[in-house]
Design a protein around this ligand. Sequence first.
Ligand SMILES: Cc1cc2nc3c(=O)[nH]c(=O)nc-3n(C[C@H](O)[C@H](O)[C@H](O)COP(=O)(O)OP(=O)(O)OC[C@H]3O[C@@H](n4cnc5c(N)ncnc54)[C@H](O)[C@@H]3O)c2cc1C
Length: 423
Amino acid sequence: MNVSTKAANGTYDIVVIGGGLVGTSLALALHPLGLRVALLEAATGDNTPAPATDQRTLALNWGSRQILEGIGAWCQVEPLASPIHRLHVSDAGHSGITRLDRTLIGQSALGYVVPAHSLSAVLAAQLKTCGTIDHYTPAICDQVSVTDTQAVVRCSATDLSLTARLVVLADGGRSTLRQQFGLDACEKAYDQAVLVTTVLTSKVHGQLAFERFTLGGPLALLPLAGPRFALAWTLPADQAPVLASLPESIFLAKLQHCFGDRAGTFLSATARHVFPLHLTDVPNAATERAVAIGNAAHVMHPVAGQGLNLGLRDVAELAERLQAAHHEEHDIGSTAFLTAYVAARRGQTRRVLSFTDGLVRLFSNNVPGVGLVRNIGLNLLDIAPPIKRTLLRRTTGLAGRLPRLARGLPLQTHAKTPAIPHG
Ligand SMILES: Cc1cc2nc3c(=O)[nH]c(=O)nc-3n(C[C@H](O)[C@H](O)[C@H](O)COP(=O)(O)OP(=O)(O)OC[C@H]3O[C@@H](n4cnc5c(N)ncnc54)[C@H](O)[C@@H]3O)c2cc1C
């Protein structure tokens, strides 16, 4: 339910700050639990959780598909999503290739390609109908303070003040609130940017995705409906805006030269957009009364399409733990509870951050001999199904202990009155 953001006060169990894809998914995951939940989003109503101008196209892994199923959104997302059946990985200028197939994980797809704004629209529509989440928008949270038993969240522009037992920071990679809670971030800028667009090709793709490593950076083609691909082309930071502003025919010729003709001839491209790239890691993402999730806790290079997938896994783990703690009447904002959540998430987060950063460094390296090692590695991987299977199970979100939502199951509800009356 949309709530006036002007001069309001309220008391909640949980305030989620940031109504992007991750914050909104958490709110939807919590909605059946009987907790009082508020979601605060800086952007204005109809544009949340993300602006319709957002041109990112996201590769959702199988695990994310399950989580969206668990929160009841997958049936609306599926008609908008294009499945990936196979993935072809190559190294430009070398012969090494690896082919990955959905049969290796025994699922109907390795993942799905969906425009970010379509996914946002589905989640926003579900939020409107669920009725139990107080959705404050536009609400730019700029002050937080903590006492023994609660956190106070303020939006000074709209004179809004809310208290909660737990504040979840889902305010993205440029979070300004992390610091106010004393959560330190390690940051590293890549001297690269990613250019995104949609390209039409002369050849039917048969749900085949491509990842081609070039010295400038990785180039991914993700299959969309029809003979179209979402292109994510990582380039040196100074070259990306130049390529984005070239006339279409020259841009397509450069793309063809860099990628080759495996996907056919590139015929046209939609508007091009450039995103700067950086890595952020918040090793200790929780403190008394507050926890950071999604991009507020980790930002990575999009080379392996893992950022949102990792954020949704945060949602699945945190929601399950909140459900159990609420049922057992434990303090959901205590340091002990939140530290246990962070410890449970840390291993996967660290592995994915290292994996994506390592891929970028390995494949952008032209030190003599490294190219040869890469090629041997890609070719060996191609003929080693057990290693491919292990790698895929990790990158598709099937490895390790899976919380209920990551198995496609909704959280179990227990008949219980809200913990705190509405203030
Ligand atoms: C080009 C590109 C391609 C990508 N491809 C993939 C992919 O294929 N697969 C994948 O899994 N991931 C991918 N990612 C990563 C993915 O987009 C992000 O990990 C994900 O969208 C992060 O969601 P979030 O909700 O955590 O953060 P955000 O989307 O940044 O949302 C944060 C929200 O918080 C709000 N906010 C901020 N500050 C405040 C405040 N003070 N008060 C209230 N609200 C506030 C903002 O308005 C925003 O709506 C890609 C990223 C890029 C850039």
